[in-house]
Design a protein around this ligand. Structure first.
Ligand code: SF4
Ligand code: SF4
Length: 155
């Protein structure tokens, strides 16, 4: 990945890190059990879904699928979903990854934002500028929608 691409991403990554303190790998997932009193904008749901879909093909073909997942990331996603989205994510019974199901992560992408935006060097290897530019745009969009969500909630 080129240096200027990394610097373009960094500010939004930092904002998401501050907001969620969670990261990992990704796949499509469920919505969890909705709580009351937290409006979740469809635009935010779509933004995180789109970036998760953008990074998923390489993760799906990875030599260590879900190797980026960790118990702490699931726990942080559950805390984020409950605290910021009013959604209770139910543990799946997986021995080490509370949100991992037979077909991948059971949490919807907007409920595990840092997992959804996560990409590694494998994504940037080969210099696919079109992929990188789209990734940056999707990441900016997702970050903006999350910041709007926090602003609405006064978080
Ligand atoms: S982020 Fe990278 S290491 Fe992790 S699952 Fe995806 S491709 Fe593999
Ligand atoms: S929340 Fe999902 S994507 Fe994130 S670490 Fe847990 S199983 Fe992996």
């Amino acid at each position: 990945m080129r240096d200027q691409d990394k610097s373009a991403i960094a500010p939004n990554k930092a904002a998401l890190d501050d907001a969620t303190s969670e990261e990992g790998a990704l796949s499509e997932g469920g919505e969890g059990v909705a709580g009351e009193g937290v409006d979740i904008e469809p635009a935010m749901i779509e933004a995180f879904s789109l970036i998760a879909q953008h990074t998923l093909p390489k993760c799906g073909a990875c030599t260590v699928p879900y190797g980026c997942c960790a118990t702490s990331h699931c726990e942080e996603a559950m805390a984020f979903a409950a605290g910021q989205m009013g959604v209770t994510l139910e543990p799946t019974g997986h021995p080490t990854l509370p949100l991992m199901g037979p077909g991948g992560c059971t949490a919807a992408p907007h409920l595990r934002p840092l997992c959804s935006i996560h990409a590694c060097d494998k994504h940037f290897a080969g210099g696919d500028d079109n992929w990188i530019q789209k990734y940056c745009a999707l990441r900016d969009e997702a970050s903006d929608r999350l910041e709007e969500h926090f602003a609405k909630r006064g978080a």
